[in-house]
Design a protein around this ligand. Sequence first.
Ligand code: NAD
Ligand code: TYD
Length: 339
Amino acid sequence: MTVIVTGGAGFIGSNFIFYMLSNHPCHRIICLDKLTYAGNLSTLEPVMNNDNFRFVKADICDRAAVEAVFNDERPDILVNFAAESHVDRSIDDPSVFLSTNILGTQTLMDACRKFGIRRYHQVSTDEVYGDLPLDRPDLFFTEQTPLHTSSPYSASKAGADLLVLAYHRTYGLDVTISRCSNNYGPYHFPEKLIPLMIVNCLKGKPLPVYGEGKNVRDWLYVEDHCKAIDLILQKGRAGEVYNIGGHNEMRNIDIVRLICKYLGKGEELITYVADRKGHDLRYAIDPSKIHKELGWLPETKFSDGLRKTIDWYLSNQAWWEDIISGDYQLYYEKHYSNR
Ligand code: NAD
Ligand code: TYD
């Protein structure tokens, strides 16, 4: 089986590549990644010499480059992780979100139609459902919840999801979509909440909490997400959407406090800053479909996963120091100074 993994130099894609190479040693994995600011070749160092792995630097919007990879490799499966993924950046400038997340998805599916494929899998997000009120803990996102997006990021992901389902109905392309809640774990880019707070805490820098810190996210350890995608590839039904989440809802401020506690720091670094525009209040997934149909359940408890993640950042300082010493500083200044 040959699997193309787009966006495999990013956070979840790289974890998925490691997962697939160790759990399916007969699969050939091709990583296609543009290496944007969020992609890191150093992340893939441990598998670069694996005979079953190949890295191709390419943009998923570049039709000729994508077709060349299909021509060489004749893949059986494509899993599309490649995306612009940060809500705050999408608020600053939506353009690249629309091109990569929507037109890139189209380019990949056109190549799948041209060369034939067993399965195209779209890695989507619970953010396509919009948000839930904080005072209705009984409500959850199901696969039937209408799409109702808040940010240019989530709108671009929802646009891609609709296009994927249209390619299934119109052209009969074999597709599946997974909509997962917030992931955390190793190789998470430091602009996102959990790694940002770990890195800032270690550096003794302020911990910028948006608004009052009461927004709720449903956190899942990245390896549990990878397992769910693998199951969908093996047993998921074509044309179906699967929600993935672990019933692990946490307020942002409680996560930041936990990180301070694990790192033995006081809470005086916590700084409340201006809220994100259009900030979604609460995400919460109902994962019963993937549980009933495919037998998936999350395996990592949040307290264990957070500890493993913090330990990873402590032992892999060179990985994140390299990132935060470059262009990231300009982004950080622009986004957080005088906020
Ligand atoms: P990430 O930002 O860490 O990585 C994205 C990767 O895609 C990078 O390696 C980048 O170089 C690559 N990329 C970007 N534009 C590209 C292009 N035009 N062509 C080729 N490669 C390109 O993102 P992530 O957090 O790993 O998210 C992966 C996917 O999972 C995204 O589609 C995201 O919407 C989805 N998702 C993420 C989360 C989360 O909590 N991080 C939750 C649910 C769904
Ligand atoms: P983020 O990691 O950007 O994921 P998403 O917005 O896709 O859920 O943010 C998670 C939550 O943390 C979100 O409610 C915004 C909040 N947040 C902060 O309070 N401060 C920060 O510096 C960042 C990056 C996020």
